[in-house]
Design a protein around this ligand. Sequence first.
Ligand SMILES: [Fe+2]
Ligand SMILES: [Fe+2]
Length: 290
Amino acid sequence: MAKPHAITPRKPSFDVRDVPVFWNDGDPVLTRFFDALSVHFPDGERFFIQSVRNYQDRVTDPKLKEDIRHFFRQEAHHGIVHDTYNTVMAAQGINVDKIVARLKMAIRLFQTHLPPKHQLALTAAFEHITATLGEGFLEGEGEMFRHAHPVMRAMFLWHGVEEVEHKAVAFDVYETAAGGGYFTRAAALLGGTAVVHLVVGSVAWHMLKVDGMSRRPLLIAKGLNRLYGPRGLLTRLVPRYLDWFRPGFHPMDTGMPEKVEAWLAEYRKHEDPMLASDMVFGDPALAQAA
Ligand SMILES: [Fe+2]
Ligand SMILES: [Fe+2]
């Protein structure tokens, strides 16, 4: 297993006021896929926090106790930042209130009918999805956001890095304080993946309808191919995603990817997520001149 990694809460802010509608390479599908994820983050992350909080008192390891506190602070700030972007999407005509109300209702159902251990397994599974995505954001040449608006790229890279930093917290609480168990966690990822696709798919479709893009099948097919095609941005993450089903898996088996470390080292110098993201994937000369 890789060496333990410090989790550092950061509180950056992002000026999203001038973000264009199709901020990710001008591609409606690529943009609305991430927008549909983003709109669910604030309440989703509050659910993750609560699921871990249910077991916080049973954790005895001092390092894990400290990691939990930092995990809470990171997730809480992710919620605040994505909430700000929700106001931009609402101004575009997206029915953010309805989407959020539907999510709150689903979370209430989960919290009422699922045992706390299953809520935690689901949280650990969602954290595996967000960490896998976070590693994907930063791998290779950063293709997911290479031509994205710089503010949105910086926002997703910062969030992605922190998801990688705290990727083991919910898993470790599940294993050490909730009794663990392979089949519950395996089922949680299968169920969680189905829920994410149903929810994100339907919300992204609503967004594309609002944009007037839902009757552009070729454009939609091209965008879906960029995500799910044979060389798609998400397709290439499948082996990492499937790691979860290996008995004995631990999120830190893969450690901290090189580009995540590079982002962290850069951020430590100036605490500017825009500059850190430009230095890792943009033109360093331009970033330094800015
Ligand atoms: Fe998060
Ligand atoms: Fe997270």
